[in-house]
Design a protein around this ligand. Structure first.
Ligand code: 6R9
Length: 645
């Protein structure tokens, strides 16, 4: 039995949604989804109204996901123009740099000016409706400017996390077919420089696809510059005209691409479209965080992830909300950096990830109690299941016991939230993403495709479409259908396992596919294995996730070396370096165990189930091992794991 935390006294009276409203609106949204979403769509300014709300079918042989299809609009008009001139002098972004002495306030007027100018610059570089622009920037206001400048032209942004390596960036630029890249000289994290321009140059080496690079001067470092191809952001913006006519796009025209890891080696470029995504993002953001005018919101996610796309960029901007942006890390220059920012800007709504909470929790309460966090009213969590211990600490120490925690379950693919305890409506149970958002129909499905009734555990699926969901994988619609709609026909399959209790509360149990969730970041095991195998000494490798105190899951790699190579710490370091070069520091293996051989069945398939158990230090109950080609291999692996732990 989980402890239950009721909606705090007095909270519901001022909330957008209380328990009765939730029950009534949810029921209506399921009985008549089109009517519900039509109402929600009224939140946006449309250039041409839509006549049909939805045209959707979750049939793997004839998949159809279309929302508001004959309507048209422009995302930047909705995110900026409609807040002007009323909010011209009010802050849109409160930026804190990596160093404590660096901060900036960007007003709505300035943001709009920069967006219009950059849009004109991009237009001058040949960017037009439907073209993809890759953005490789740290958490600085220019990242927002870049995204909005693209969509002002009807162009499609593809943001690549600034922690990805040159090779990972090159793959994503190439796959998206981008001809223009927007980056910075350097990023700054924890007092260290991140060599963005150097990485970008390396990614653009020996290719002709990208003809123009716009470079933001962030650190002022002396970086390589290719005349003709490279342009300093400040110089070209100063020279650009301050108004750019927004381009009208269809609701089903693409808004952005975002890459995420799947269970094969190649990252998937999920394609999100304009109308449905903006309706879902904008309306759910204000509802689930119970945002009210003048509230200050802070989402700590990096712009490279979907969490930031939906609930740091589009959600707040569509609502005309003031947001905090922070470039650095929570532990630098000291472990109270986040808490000092909350106190400085009197943040009311704070949205972060369990992995960060777990690492800050280790530092105890003293760094927190030095700061006044009494402005906080709502807390949020995202990216991975939050363990009850971290939940309770977040609630008591950061939220002072008075703030509901909005545990938002969703994915890059789903565009916006699916499961969530709406703060004025749904009592919290630690670790539970709780209840479906409006219009969302969760189902737990067993291995045979049967939908479970009542309490139980199963594969987390969703029946029926919702407007924010991705429409396809770039260049691979077949993979899109196969991955999400074929496993359980009639439903969208998330790749997660879930459970439901007697109160109808859902809890996410983690991935059931070959994806591991490290500090809230998705990494494909196959992708990791191919990075490891790029080292010339490696014959074969198998990667699994294992429990990690801070990261949730860590990366555990079993590595078999080629003849003639000896196991050594130096080799271990080289393999780690190979992974950092191919993917980036987020993928750094936490443990490498040498394995003279990997456990395989007679067909040569690696038995990951066993490797996962051994990595977790669980040496019993390997289940059916009769298919093992050589049982001795398992004894060997167990022995080595015991010796090392
Ligand atoms: C938004 C985001 C998606 C995967 C998802 C699941 C895990 C996300 C969660 C959660 C439990 C939550 N996940 N939120 N698990 N509770 N509140 O994180 O998107 O990066 O695509 O990751 O993250 O495993 O399938 P994305």
């Amino acid at each position: 039995m989980s402890q239950v935390f009721p909606v705090p006294a007095g909270f519901a009276e001022h909330a957008h949604v209380d328990a009765d409203t939730y029950a009534r609106v949810y029921a209506r949204s399921i009985e008549n989804p089109d009517e519900f979403w039509r109402d929600q769509a009224g939140f946006l300014d449309w250039m041409r109204p839509f006549s049909q709300v939805s045209d959707t079918k979750f049939d793997p042989d004839d998949l159809r996901i279309r929302w508001f299809a004959d309507g048209s609009l422009n995302a930047s008009v909705n995110a900026l123009d409609r807040h002007l001139p009323a909010k011209a002098d009010q802050p849109a972004l409160l930026w804190e740099g990596d160093g404590v002495e660096e901060s900036r306030v960007v007003t709505w007027g300035e943001l709009s000016d920069r967006v219009n100018r950059l849009a004109n610059v991009l237009k001058g570089l040949g960017v037009a409706k439907g073209d993809v622009v890759t953005i490789y920037l740290p958490v600085i206001p220019e990242a927002f400017v870049a995204m909005l400048a693209c969509v002002r032209l009807g162009a499609v942004h593809s943001v690549v996390f600034s922690g990805f390596s040159a090779e990972a960036l090159a793959d994503r630029i190439h796959d998206a077919g981008a001809k223009v890249l927007i980056t910075a000289d350097e990023g700054k994290r924890g007092g260290r420089a991140v060599p963005l321009k150097v990485n970008a140059d390396r990614a653009l080496n020996s290719q002709k696809q990208v003809h123009s690079v716009v470079v933001v001067r962030r650190s002022g470092a002396d970086v390589p510059f290719t005349p003709g191809r490279d342009h300093w952001y400040d110089a070209v913006l100063d020279a650009a005209a301050p108004w750019c006519e927004p381009v009208e796009v269809g609701a089903e025209d693409p808004l952005f691409i975002l890459y995420t890891s799947g269970s094969t080696g190649k990252p998937k470029g999920l394609v999100h479209t304009t109308g449905g995504y903006l309706v879902h993002a904008g309306t759910s953001w204000r509802t689930i965080f119970d945002w009210h005018e003048n509230d200050v919101f802070w989402c700590t996610a990096d712009v490279g992830w979907v969490t930031a796309h939906t609930y740091k960029v589009y959600g707040p901007l569509l609502n005309g909300a003031t947001s905090v942006l922070f470039e650095g890390v929570p532990t630098w220059p000291d472990v109270s950096r986040w808490w000092s920012i909350i106190a400085k800007h009197k943040v009311n709504i704070f949205y972060t990830a369990p992995t960060a909470i777990r690492s800050l929790m280790r530092e105890g309460e003293a760094p927190v109690s030095r700061h006044d966090l009494s402005s906080l009213r709502v807390l949020g969590s995202v990216g991975e299941p939050i363990n009850p211990e971290a939940w309770l600490w977040f609630h008591r120490v950061i939220g002072g016991g008075r703030c509901p925690i909005v545990d938002t379950y969703w994915q890059t693919e789903t565009g916006a939230v699916l499961l969530v305890p709406i703060p004025g409506a749904t009592p919290n149970k630690p670790g539970h993403a709780a209840k479906p958002y409006f219009g969302i129909r969760p189902e737990l499905v067993d291995a045979h495709g049967n939908t479970l009734d009542g309490p139980g555990q199963g594969n987390m699926c969703f029946a029926g479409s919702w407007p924010g969901q991705a429409r396809t994988i770039l260049h691979d619609h077949d993979r899109f259908v196969r991955t999400y709609f074929a496993p359980y026909p009639g439903r969208y399959f998330t790749g997660d396992g879930g459970s439901r209790d007697e109160d109808g509360y859902y809890r996410i149990m983690g991935r059931v596919d070959d994806v591991i969730n490290v500090s809230g970041h998705r990494l494909g095991t196959v992708e990791l294995e191919s990075a490891i195998s790029s080292h010339p000494a490696v014959a074969e490798s198998a990667v699994v996730g294992y429990p990690h105190d801070i990261k949730g899951q860590g990366v555990f790699a079993y590595v078999t070396l080629k003849e003639g190579f000896a196991e050594s710490d130096a080799l271990r370091r080289e393999i780690i370096e190979a992974v950092r070069t191919r993917i980036g520091p987020i993928a750094t293996p936490d443990a490498i165990q040498w394995a003279p051989a990997l456990p395989k069945n007679r067909a040569g398939k690696i038995l990951r189930r066993i490797l996962t158990k051994v990595a977790a230090g669980d040496y019993d109950n390997f289940g059916d091992t009769s298919t093992l080609a050589d049982p001795q291999v398992v004894d060997d692996i167990v022995q080595r794991r015991r010796d090392n732990s």
